[in-house]
Design a protein around this ligand. Structure first.
Ligand code: G6P
Length: 312
């Protein structure tokens, strides 16, 4: 294998990037994966940002030129000396020497904002939860892990909204897959286990052939797994939806489609002969948090493997 396979996970603050990134790294085997967070390319530290009155979401607040240079280096298998931004202190730490593994996952706010950066990825994912859910996730994370009060987080969200609108959300158009976890109904509890997922599958990369799902679910309009046609940002797309209450049997059918031409995934999903790997895939009965999340991880992993074929 001549160069690493690069996956992008882009989305607004607290859209679920790290959760998805970690899950995919688990499936691929952490030893095979290099994780990069583009927050490290912030141009200003927290105090400077406050003084200047700029948010971390603004392109001018980030060294996007250096980010894209380093992404191109990683794509050709070369090492980089990456800056390090600490979310704990809001300042920069000494740079890190990073040599890419077989797979590189780049997560962050502005990963698709320039043409040169976009060219670096093999697979591009954009995370787009409904805004009220993202706000809940952001309050939860920033109060529990980053030392902010709920009021501070809500005020920050409001301050950042114009930049989210202008710089973050438009990047959705460049992605191969748009992932939206959403509660089954408006006032549902936010608990992950019950979230549904809507996956927009753009024809920019070859997706597994999910059409047999249509036959499986024909006639039952309330099926927990649905495939349909839609438009996203004015372009025709396939849309796959998986509900949080899908059964293991239904999930197995989707897994089967992905595993049929991907032996590595077959191994990962084989709970009977390989219970530990089944757990990693996230779909073993006892350990399951969320079938929609586990299946999303598997679909993205499928695409990374498709790009390499190294496990075949
Ligand atoms: C958001 C983003 C982070 C970014 C941060 C900077 O929370 O999700 O990824 O680095 O803004 O703000 P901070 O709270 O560190 O000053």
């Amino acid at each position: 294998m001549s160069r690493p396979i690069i996956l992008g996970i882009v989305g607004d603050s607290a859209a679920g990037k790290t959760t998805l990134t970690k899950g995919i790294a688990q499936v691929l085997g952490p030893e095979n994966v290099t994780l990069i967070c583009t927050d490290d390319y912030h141009r200003y530290d927290r105090q400077q940002r406050a003084e200047i009155g700029i948010t971390a979401l603004h392109p001018d607040c980030n060294y996007l030129d250096i980010m894209q240079q380093q992404l191109s280096l990683l794509r050709t298998g070369q090492p980089i000396l990456k800056p390090v931004y600490s979310h704990k202190t809001g300042t920069f730490e000494p740079p890190q020497y990073i040599k890419p593994n077989k797979f590189v996952i780049i997560e962050g706010l502005l990963g698709y904002s320039t043409r040169a950066a976009r060219d670096a990825y093999d697979v591009k994912v954009y995370l787009a939860p409904p805004e009220p859910l993202r706000a809940k996730w952001k309050v939860k994370r920033d109060t529990q892990k980053r030392g902010y009060t709920a009021e501070q987080v809500l005020a920050e969200l409001e301050k950042r909204e114009p930049d989210s609108e202008q710089f973050i959300r438009p990047q959705r158009q460049w992605s191969d897959i748009v992932v939206s976890f959403y509660p089954p109904n408006e006032d549902a509890d936010e608990s992950n286990g019950h979230l549904n997922v809507r996956l927009v599958l753009r024809p920019t990369i070859p997706h597994p052939d999910f059409t047999s799902i249509i036959n499986l679910t024909r006639g039952s309009s309330d099926s927990a797994i649905r495939l349909g046609l839609d438009r996203d940002m004015n372009k025709p797309v396939d849309v796959l939806e998986v509900d949080g209450h899908a059964t293991l049997d239904q999930v197995n059918k989707l897994e089967h489609i992905m595993c049929s031409d991907m032996p590595y995934l077959r191994n990962i999903c084989d709970r009977e002969s390989n219970p530990e790997l089944g757990k990693i895939a996230g779909t073993t009965g006892e350990t399951i948090q969320s079938y929609p999340l586990a299946l999303t991880q598997l679909i993205v992993t499928y695409h990374m493997l498709k790009a390499t074929q190294i496990f075949q």
